[in-house]
Design a protein around this ligand. Sequence first.
Ligand SMILES: Cc1cc2nc3c(=O)[nH]c(=O)nc-3n(C[C@H](O)[C@H](O)[C@H](O)COP(=O)(O)OP(=O)(O)OC[C@H]3O[C@@H](n4cnc5c(N)ncnc54)[C@H](O)[C@@H]3O)c2cc1C
Length: 502
Amino acid sequence: MPIKTGAEYVQSLRGRNMKVYLFGELVKEPVDHPMIRPSINAVAETYDLAVSEAELASAKSSISGLQVNRFLHIAESAEDLVNQNKMQRKLGQLTGTCFQRCVGMDALNSLYSVTYEIDEKHKTNYHKRLVDFIRMIQEENLVIGGAMTDPKGDRSKAPHEQEDPDVFLRIVEKNDKGIVVRGAKAHQTGCINSHWIIFMPTMRLQENDVDYAVVGAVPADAPGITYIYGRQSCDTRSMEEGDIDAGNSKFAGQEALIIFDNVFVPWERVFMNGEYEFASMLVERFTCYHRRSYVCKTGLGDVLIGAAAAISDYNGVPNVSHIRDKLVEMTHLNETIYAAGVASSYQAQKTKSGNFLNDDMLANVCKHNVTRFPYEIGRLAQDVAGGLVVTLPSEKDLRSPETGPILRKYLRGRKGVDVEDRMRILRLIENMTLGRNAVGYLTESMHGAGSPQAQRIQIARQMQLEYKKQLAKNLANVKDDTPSSPEQSDYFQRVFKISRKG
Ligand SMILES: Cc1cc2nc3c(=O)[nH]c(=O)nc-3n(C[C@H](O)[C@H](O)[C@H](O)COP(=O)(O)OP(=O)(O)OC[C@H]3O[C@@H](n4cnc5c(N)ncnc54)[C@H](O)[C@@H]3O)c2cc1C
């Protein structure tokens, strides 16, 4: 029976043979761990939304013929991509965190076209294998983790130049049944909450890196896989009594370091095996999808704007002009992110394989805005909230018969506002700007899908300076045929040469 609801999804994660380390110890059952559970709850929302708002969060797939969760759907039109964005914003609003499924969705969509083009050149059959895999996960309604980022060691060196060859994931053995891979993937969102992990190269590769040009899918509990859980700021608050200090007690994101210690992958789950010249195409198409997937952060922005508006109301200054102006500024920044992302989706083009790929320039502009604007929105939220956002006493103090009445007397805002409600909103702002969900709202916004410079490189590549110079010269009546200054073309050559994801 395929998984349908969030509750069924949570159940599906139980009893697996996962090797997960947290605080130096093996976790018996991740589902029941109070620090891990909020991240599972966030993924569960992606199932429940597909039931409660089927039009938004599911789609009819030509691959399986089924109505499938939108996170497993291969985009068959520009509208499909726009609907992804609408769903992402909605899930950001519902959870206030990273709901962890965009990487898998974007990996499937980029691999769909790239495997087709590898087959076209090398007469391989990766595309059919991938389509069979997609049909299976659609039928069973599973969660896919997308593992691209390697630990990378010395950033100035290619994979084959590294002192330790394992700092990039690679093939260490091939036989008639499949391949064996070794290495690791860092910062892996939602990996422990996934049923399958797809691993992919993280950057452009050369001939010497042929063993690193590998894509495959493995069950998340495959033998040889170990997870070391990533700490998040204030994460142990989820293990305390009460639900105020956690800020958002129900939902959180998840990242872990995945170690692949000689993991076997059967041939039917291998989607690239040495075609190193396609690594850059895969990274570029994946990041093209993924950089506009960051409109999810506008859903989180909506929550934070709401929290800022609520706290200014509780503080008795909702209509003061500079407060209103700050709320307008936050909204403007938030909608600017959304505008670029959704425009990128609307401008999608059909690939050779038949699926749709959004506009790369606008996707990069979207993501580049995401590396900045949430920080400014967070700064304004802290401005509006006041210093209590970081000096607030604990929930235990509120509940204590000695200190509780004192806090209720001195932490009141405007008349009629419950002190506890005021504390809850302040904790939510702390959670999103300094605490657990600042991982998803701020630092993931910075580095996820590539650090800011990676977007600047893509923007530089596509900014068509020669064409734009010609436009200016036409209007100014300049009739010169002088070539570009050597410094300018030199600069761009250097920029293109280091083009890579992270
Ligand atoms: C919260 C979070 C979730 C994530 N989720 C996922 C996920 O699910 N799947 C996944 O695959 N990845 C994921 N990532 C990884 C993300 O893609 C990387 O963080 C990003 O690509 C940057 O890599 P890095 O963190 O190793 O930083 P680094 O590569 O160390 O970058 C640090 C700085 O050095 C610069 N730099 C690095 N190399 C060079 C170079 N050769 N030349 C010039 N400058 C350089 C960068 O521009 C940056 O400014 C996630 C990251 C975060 C923070």
